[in-house]
Design a protein around this ligand. Sequence first.
Ligand code: MN
Length: 449
Amino acid sequence: MSFAARAGALALFVLVPSLAEAQAGSPGGAVPVANLTARRQALIGKIKNGVAIIRGAEELANDPPNSKYPQATAFRQDNDFFYLTGLETPDAWLIVIAADSARGETHLFIPARNPQAERWTGPKVGPGPEAAAATGIPVTHIHPSDSVEVYLRNLLRANGGPDRSPTLWVRHTEWDTAPEFIQTAVLEQQRVGSRDLLPPLAALRLVKDEDEIRRLTRAAELSAQGHIAAMEFTKPGVWEYEIEAEAERTFRRLGAERLGYPSIVGSGINGTVLHYDQSRRQTQAGDLIVMDMAGEFGYYTADVTRTIPTSGKFTPRQAAIYNLVLGAQQAAMDAVRPGIMRRDLDVVARKYITDHQGDLCGAGGCNRYFIHGLTHWIGMDVHDVGEGPLVPGVAFTIEPGIYIPEEGFGVRIEDDILVTATGWVNLSKSAPRTVADIEKLMAAAKARK
Ligand SMILES: [Mn+2]
């Protein structure tokens, strides 16, 4: 073996400092330990008694010849796991043990560090003091991932027995892909049965804490800035994908680590296709363009739609439909207050359209062109989990739309609303929303070109 080869072999086994710092250096920053601890304690309070098992996202496969050639930036942690640990480490597990009479405890399982693999994929947080400092989980409760199966079996055996068998809380949605030892463990517990972990976790994730609100606020603001960039860029003849690129580079430049969802830029007739995401058409003067695009910041995503005229000026017909949609959106916003349901807002928006449509859509009325729901929750998922009335800390979209294929255009306006103790705020309000403000912004941009 040559000296160079020996040196190389040696270098493989030198551990470089782990990524705890690098993770904290992500644009979103680290989730404060106090928040993570509070969330885990709240989960223990919700499940009261039993054992919850949360599996982190798996390392991306790299198996030639079908290799996707995974990159660290393509990995995204499981939402529930990130919510409770703030860790982006792949192939990790969290076991939360609740007991009626005690505060409960949390055990974290993360892969032992592998110097050879880290030469390819970069340094990782291993089981040890760094993981304890990042999560607030005591280092004595942090173990290597490959010990999770034995740990769980012992835990259930120790707490089992005919009289007191702990309830297992698992996410039923991922049941089919759960490892065999989890499935076996649950089968062994069937006297008590397994319970779906989604409802208690969703109830927690629905009401955002201050660190989540910070992330969501930033996601909405950078998304609004991307919409402004797209408006300034647009003129007849540009392609839909160019508009998309203009917005997306702004999201990224302002700290978005990925898109919240595939961008939708639908001009003309494409604007009537709700999830059109090909972005392959060349725009023409006279088109309207529906742009539904947002970035994700620190695991929280906005969801923002604006509709603009390619030429910078709405036709009277387009403006009339636009203002009806805008009025419906504003009416729904004005009805937001703690205690009401999102479906109540849907009723308000549709009633506004009925009351103000005049003869814009003929005898059938405009609501027959409003073919989707008015709102959904936002958060770690663009269609986030949870249910129930509006309370301070929930966030959701208000997005009425009218799509008229026979006239070749659609209009959707979508903003992100956060309910506060004193009312609500529109997190995406920086993106112009009225006919006058959109035309003014596009005219100013044209004058500068
Ligand atoms: Mn939406």
